[in-house]
Design a protein around this ligand. Structure first.
Ligand code: PEP
Ligand code: MN
Length: 277
C-alpha cells in the first residue's frame, strides 16, 4: 500500500475522525445501529424503530435497495421504502442509514438518509463510491467479502479524495473455507485499523456470522476489541422477514444484547482511563 498518499491513514491526521450525525458523535460516542435487513412495510419499520430505540439503539437501519444473490429474491421497496424510513426517522428521532447500490441514485437517496451505506458487494464499485463520496453525507463503508485491509482503506480513500472526510468502516466478515458461519468475522481488523487509520470502525456481527447464537458473543467480542459501534439486524417477526430471516434478532434479543454491550463498553472505558493514570 502506498501509505504516503492515503489520507485515511494516521500520519496525515493526528486527530481521530469524529463524525457528527444528529446528536451522536461517531468515533467518540458508541454507535449502535439496529433495524431490519429490509424495509418491508410502514407498520414493520415503525414498530421496529420504536423497539430498537427503547433498547438503546441510536441509529436506525433498513435497506430499500437490496443487493440479493438471486434476481428472484426480494429486491427492496425502493422509493416507497425510503419514504417509510423517513417516517420512522421523523417519528422516533433516530437518524437512519440506508444502502445505495446505483451511482445514479446517490444524490436523491441522500435526501432520505443521514448516512449512506456501501454494501460489501459494492465496496470496490469505484463509480458508485466516487458518486456517494461527492454527495457529502457520511458514508458507512462495509468491507468487501474478499477484500484485504489495504483494498478496503483504498476504497475509503476514494471517498476522502472526493472531499468527504466522513467515512465509517464496517467489518462484516470475509469469505473463508469455513462454512459453519455465513462469513468469518475478522475482529482483528478492529485494533489493526485503529492502529493505522483515524477513521471510526464498527462491526456487523449479524452478517458476520449469519447465526443467531453467535451474534451477541461476537458483538461483545467486537466491543472488547475496541470498536466504535455495532450494526445489528432486528425484526419484529423474524420468521416473516423478507430477507436474512435466519440472522434477525427479535427486539427482546436485541435489548438483552444492548444492555451487555453498554456495560462492557463502560468497563472498557474505565480500564482505559485507569491505564492512562
Ligand atoms: C446489509 O447490511 O443490508 C447488507 C446487505 O450487508 P452486506 O453488504 O455486509 O452483505
Ligand atoms: Mn441483511
Amino acid at each position: 500500500m502506498n501509505e504516503e498518499k492515503l489520507y485515511s491513514l494516521s500520519p496525515q491526521h493526528p486527530q481521530r475522525t469524529v463524525i457528527q450525525v444528529g446528536n451522536i458523535r461517531i468515533g467518540s460516542d458508541f454507535l449502535l445501529v439496529a433495524g431490519p435487513c429490509s424495509v418491508e412495510s410502514e407498520k414493520q419499520m415503525i414498530t421496529i424503530a420504536w423497539q430498537v430505540k427503547e433498547a438503546g439503539a441510536n441509529m436506525l437501519r433498513g435497506g430499500a435497495f437490496k443487493p440479493r444473490t438471486s434476481p428472484y429474491a426480494f429486491q427492496g421497496l425502493g422509493l416507497s421504502g425510503l419514504k417509510i424510513l423517513d417516517k420512522a426517522r421523523k417519528e422516533t428521532g433516530l437518524p437512519v442509514v440506508t444502502e445505495v447500490i446505483d451511482p445514479r441514485d446517490a444524490l436523491w437517496v441522500s435526501e432520505f438518509a443521514d448516512v449512506l451505506q456501501i454494501g460489501a458487494r459494492n465496496m470496490q464499485n469505484f463509480s458508485l463510491i466516487k458518486e456517494v463520496g461527492k454527495v457529502g453525507k457520511p458514508v458507512l463503508l462495509k468491507r468487501g467479502m474478499t477484500s484485504t485491509m489495504s483494498e478496503w482503506l483504498n476504497c475509503a480513500e476514494y471517498i476522502l479524495a472526493e472531499g468527504n472526510p466522513n467515512v465509517i468502516l464496517c467489518e462484516r466478515g470475509i469469505r473463508t473455507f469455513e462454512t459453519h458461519t455465513r462469513n468469518t468475522l475478522d475482529l482483528s481488523m478492529v485494533p489493526a485499523l485503529k492502529e493505522v487509520s483515524h477513521l471510526p470502525v464498527i462491526v456487523d456481527p449479524s452478517h458476520g456470522t449469519g447465526r443467531l447464537n453467535l451474534i451477541e458473543p461476537m458483538g461483545l467480542a467486537a466491543v472488547a476489541a475496541g470498536c466504535d459501534g455495532l450494526m445489528v439486524e432486528v425484526h419484529c417477526n423474524p420468521e416473516e422477514a423478507l430477507s436474512d430471516k435466519e440472522q434477525a434478532f427479535t427486539p427482546q434479543q436485541f435489548a438483552a444484547m444492548a444492555a451487555k454491550v453498554f456495560k462492557l463498553r463502560r468497563f472498557m472505558q474505565e480500564m482505559t482511563a485507569a491505564g492512562a493514570c
